[in-house]
Design a protein around this ligand. Structure first.
Ligand code: HEM
Length: 395
């Protein structure tokens, strides 16, 4: 089995070249410095995600709650659970997260997108991550969680604190993560209390009322879910929009097509999802000795579905390195995962990104990058620009 260093590639091209080498070898590979087994082919990554008995999501609970952090509600969220606990929790949460909840948000998404797009275009030369791609998902998730708009400016720090738990080594970094967990605890518990006293037409009220087979969600279960939603719903969608705007800047013909025909926007977005997935890795823990694609994996091993590679697998996608909106099997990417943990927010993310892009492209006839090099988020599991300074040419 070949070992690869996932931190080695310095550029996007090098990263894709590394994934292509991984896919060329049958079976799984060793991924360092994570000490993990990696599935680079679409078929193998899917096999891992559809077998939660063998490949447990508890891997995420372990990394989210190192001893120094104290109780972290995310460690007990939906994302870290296996059946049967996952099945029960997801059924209850689905009640509050259904299509009607999303429809309720559509008007708000349009309002926020148009305001943010207007603002970005007015500035002319602007970091669109700061002014647009972060603002839309931040305000929508804040609204969904029922938090007061005065707390929205804290969200970036909160999600950085949550994401930073795995890498925090100095006492100061660890204290910052603990502060974030404390602040989020106070803010989110207040929302739960407020909606219990006075239910409203929103998700938290629906979560408090949801009932399946006589069982309701406990306050701690609701809190864990809200803790998960803030980074899960905000950072990924910010990255998707960042990747979309970067693609429009690099491929002006796509901007032209999107401006000429709004029906092109969802096709374009689906290809951005495949080509530049915000979540690059799915983490699992082998619960027993198992053989997959001819590779023996010992119980207790960390196992990765490499989404960024599976989405470019030539066994599924014709000419995978070409950016072709509307391609056949274009939605068979693993960007939203697969199986029982398939992203609960996929529909919302697609809706948000479509409306945000419609608002943006209708106001802009050109996007010029201020720098040829892109500063990416410094994390191997996430993929999106950290900042994106551009000059916008108003329509
Ligand atoms: C482009 C945007 C998004 C991407 C790429 C994305 C990606 C993913 C992926 C890959 C998973 C599966 C993780 C695994 O199997 O370990 C997942 C699960 C999840 N996502 Fe998303 N997500 C996005 C947007 C959202 C939004 C907007 C929300 C909610 C507001 C959301 C909520 C969730 C939740 C609650 C889960 C856990 C589902 C479960 O464990 O059953 N996501 N997401």
């Amino acid at each position: 089995m070949i070992t690869y260093d996932v931190f080695a590639p310095a550029t996007e091209e090098e990263r894709q070249a590394l994934f292509a080498r991984m896919r060329a070898e049958p079976g799984l590979c060793r991924v360092e410095p994570l000490g993990a087994y990696g599935a680079a082919r679409h078929e193998d990554a899917t096999a891992i995600l559809k077998d939660p008995q063998t490949f447990s999501s508890e891997a995420l609970a372990v990394t989210a709650e190192p001893p120094w952090i104290g109780p972290n509600p995310v460690a007990r969220s939906l994302l870290t659970k296996d059946p049967p606990a996952h099945t029960r929790l997801r059924a209850l949460i689905n009640r509050a997260f259904g299509a009607s909840g999303i429809a309720r948000l559509e008007v708000r998404v349009r309002e926020v997108s148009e305001r943010a797009a207007e603002d970005a275009v007015r500035q002319g030369e602007v970091d669109v991550v700061e002014a647009f791609t972060h603002v839309v998902p931040r305000d929508i998730i804040g609204h969904m969680l029922g938090l007061d708009p005065s707390t929205f400016p804290h969200f970036k720090r909160w999600s950085q604190g949550m994401a930073g738990i795995t890498a925090a080594v100095t006492p100061a970094q660890q204290e910052e993560c603990r502060s974030v967990v404390r602040e989020m605890n106070v803010a989110l518990r207040e929302v739960i209390e407020a909606r219990r006293r006075q239910p409203a037409e929103d998700m938290v009220s629906d979560l408090l009322q949801a009932e399946v087979e006589g069982r309701k969600l406990s306050d701690d279960e609701i809190l864990s879910f809200l803790f998960l939603l803030l980074p899960a719903g905000m950072d990924t969608t910010t990255q998707l929009l960042g990747n979309a705007l970067l693609t429009l800047a690099r491929r002006p013909e796509q901007l032209e097509r999107a401006r000429a025909d709004q029906a092109h926007v969802p096709r374009f977005l689906e290809e951005v999802l495949r080509y530049e997935p915000p979540s690059q890795l799915s983490f699992r823990l082998a619960t027993r000795d198992v053989e997959l694609a001819g590779t023996r994996i010992p119980a207790g091993s960390l196992v990765l579905g490499i989404i960024g590679s599976a989405n470019r697998d030539e066994r599924v996608f014709d000419q995978p390195d070409l950016f072709l909106p509307g391609r056949s099997k274009g939605n068979q990417h693993l960007t939203f995962g697969y199986g029982i943990h398939f992203c609960l927010g996929a529909q919302l993310a697609r809706l948000e990104a479509r409306i945000a892009l419609e608002a943006f492209v209708s106001r802009v006839r050109g996007i010029q990058l201020c720098s040829p090099t892109v500063e990416w988020i410094p994390a191997i599991a996430s993929h999106g620009p950290l900042s994106l300074p551009v000059r916008l040419l108003p329509a």
